[in-house]
Design a protein around this ligand. Structure first.
Ligand code: UD1
Length: 420
């Protein structure tokens, strides 16, 4: 039984939406609680499937979890019985790999299932493993599992071949309790990496340079408990901003951080949106106009995020003019384009470039979500399509969007979840 989302397009969205905590910060921070020899209390944790999966993984290891009101979560990882992440959970969430660094760093052992195939390309984890090896871990692959063993890890100079977000996070967590200093060069600069570093520093870690491409971690003997509030989700924010822009609407996103969305706001302004910002809010007004097509090039932060690429394809599909969307982070991340074409979008794929010639109107069709952000793109397309769009495999969207149909409905969208 899988849920579907039924969207009747054509309503211009308006109103306010509260942005949840960031999925991509909550997941590494939850994994990072494994490093603490004390209680950790987290607030602003988003209510998402991926978070539930992470809690389940922690629970199976023997971590004590107390979930309070509004997803305030208390984690006690002092006593751990198991050091593994089984295939049945990892296959539903690649971010399970984030358990590897903390487990090896604190307990000297981890058995994590390899994530396997992924709808958006190969997504290897070789850099995570090479980094751990350089810090003294013995890492092998056995029966589909990554098996890592170490006495205490030692500091090392790590130069990453590619900018990897979870790779940087994994190695930063492993280094936090290592003997000596670790330097991570060509580190990811994503705000979620910085959020994780601030959380770890709150526990007593000594990390400098997070947010730059050179992170220095001076290993400490022990990390203590702490309280931490997860930063707002910039991708959820961007998705709602595009929802308003694509429908010619007006929206206020609250509890967010405009400084995390520079590259996205530039594109939305280019598309013709009027945007005002305050310290924790963004207002976008499209004033009933049709957006102008924009050219987008995805790359690691602070450039335009690959996690907003599908949403921009949706915007361009009904925009005035021709816009190109170039994907440089993942191969095979254009599954949504094929579905959008079925809704009448005029998008031509040329390698890693999607050339979109905006049409006046999309038409509804039954479509299939293939991954998290592709589904967000399809929801946006559904909001402007003529008729009823039925999106199948909506579980992908529940992995990363907190209460999406309720939030969209509050903004006036005609959207309904169908469980059968
Ligand atoms: C994270 C985000 C995801 C986002 C992506 C890129 C989380 C939980 N997920 O995913 O939402 O789309 O960053 O911003 O934070 N690579 C290798 N070897 C490695 C690791 C990565 O070749 O060992 C390559 C990947 O195949 C990809 C590129 O590096 O082409 C970037 O991937 P990476 O930053 O690692 O993505 P994730 O951390 O999995």
């Amino acid at each position: 039984m899988t849920d579907k989302l039924l969207i009747t397009g054509g309503v211009s969205l308006g109103g306010e939406v509260r942005i949840a905590g960031a999925k991509n910060a909550a997941l590494p921070i939850l994994a990072g609680t494994l490093l603490a020899d004390g209680k950790v209390t987290l607030s602003n944790v988003p209510h998402l499937h991926d978070v539930t999966t992470t809690l389940e993984l922690l629970g199976r290891m023997g971590v004590t979890l107390t979930i309070g009101e509004r997803m305030c979560i208390e984690v006690d990882a002092r006593e751990i019985k198991r050091f593994s992440a089984p295939y049945e959970l990892v296959k539903t969430m690649r971010a399970s790999i984030l358990m590897l660094g903390p487990l090896v760093g604190r307990f000297g052992r981890a058995d994590i299932s390899l994530p396997g195939g992924c709808a958006i390309g190969a997504r290897p984890v070789n850099l995570h493993l090479e980094g751990l090896r350089a810090m003294g871990a013995e890492v092998s692959l056995e029966n589909g599992y990554i098996r890592a063993r170490a006495e205490r890890l030692h500091g090392a100079r790590l130069v990453l071949d590619m900018v990897t977000v979870t790779g940087t996070e994994n190695l930063m967590m492993a280094a936090a309790l290592a003997d000596g200093e670790t330097v991570i060069e060509n580190a990811a600069r994503e705000p979620e990496v910085t959020d994780l570093a601030e959380f770890l520093n709150g526990m007593g870690a000594r990390i400098r340079g997070a947010g730059t491409d050179s992170i220095h971690v001076a290993g400490v003997e022990r990390l203590a408990g702490t309280r931490y509030r997860v930063l707002p989700d910039r991708i959820e924010t961007g998705t709602y901003l595009v929802a308003a822009a694509i429908t010619g609407g007006r929206i206020l996103c609250r509890d967010t951080r405009p400084d995390l969305l520079d590259a996205v706001l530039v594109k939305l302004r280019e598309a013709g949106a009027r945007i005002e910002t305050g310290p924790d809010w963004i207002r976008l007004d499209m004033a009933g106009r049709r957006p102008r097509a924009v050219d987008v090039y995805t790359a690691p932060y602070p450039a335009f995020p690959t996690d907003m690429q599908a949403q921009l394809c949706a915007l361009n599909s009904i925009a005035e003019g021709v816009g190109t969307v170039t994907e440089t982070v993942f191969e095979n991340r254009f599954m949504h384009v094929l579905e959008m074409q079925r809704m009448g979008a005029d998008i031509r794929l040329e390698g890693n470039v999607a050339v979109c010639r905006g049409v006046e109107r999309l038409t509804a069709a039954p479509v299939m979500a293939t991954d998290l952000r592709a589904s967000a793109g399809l929801v946006l397309a559904g909001l402007v399509a003529k008729g009823e769009t039925l999106i199948d495999r909506i579980y992908h969207i529940d992995r990363g969007y907190d209460n999406i149909e309720e939030k969209l409905a509050t903004l006036g969208a005609r959207v309904r979840r169908i469980s059968r």
